[in-house]
Write a protein that binds this ligand. Structure first.
Ligand SMILES: *[C@@H]1O[C@H](CO)[C@@H](O)[C@H](O)[C@H]1NC(C)=O
Length: 157
């Protein structure tokens, strides 16, 4: 039988080793930050609103703010801090102005046993507000400083 003190130290060491492999997360290197991610920041929104995935194309009409982001594929992520599962279609569109995206199409979140379309996202002080129709949910912006890694594909049906 091993001495509990030794076990504790071993556990601590294992934890340290595990953490050193996890940080920085190899799945989200800064190099995956596309122009679309950078653009979000220039509009006063955190880049982590877009997952760390290939962005095939990005277009915005500077006059109307209408934009389209084409991802390499549909993507599933887990949103901090409540671990809601969200899916991104391979095409995300909407209307972006400083600190705000409206008429959003292509991002859905699973909550209360249903899929909800996120219709808008806006910045409010240190928070990010997600709109699902008339319903809103507020989270600290810092939760979205890093782009979450895609956890694989999903069927968009
Ligand atoms: C932006 O949208 C406006 C209004 O629909 C349109 O007149 C203009 O041509 C568009 N600009 C570009 C660069 O697509």
């Amino acid at each position: 039988m091993m001495n509990p003190k030794v076990l504790f130290v071993l556990a601590l060491l294992l934890n340290l080793v595990a953490n050193s492999f996890q940080k920085p997360n190899p799945k989200t290197p800064k190099s995956t930050l596309s122009r679309a991610h950078v653009e979000l920041v220039s509009y006063g929104l955190p880049s982590g609103l877009l997952p760390a995935t290939t962005v095939l194309g990005y277009a915005v009409n500077r006059t109307t703010g209408e934009f389209t982001v084409k991802l390499g594929g549909a993507c599933k992520i887990t949103l901090p801090p409540d671990n809601y599962v969200a899916t991104y279609s391979d095409t995300i569109s909407g209307k972006i102005v400083q600190g705000k995206i409206a008429e959003l199409d292509g991002i859905r979140v699973r909550a209360f046993f249903k899929w909800w379309s996120i219709t808008g996202i806006r910045s409010s002080g240190d928070d990010i507000v997600f709109e699902v129709g008339m319903v809103t949910a507020k989270y600290p912006s810092k939760n979205f400083d890093d782009s979450p890694a895609c956890e694989g594909q999903h069927s968009s049906s």
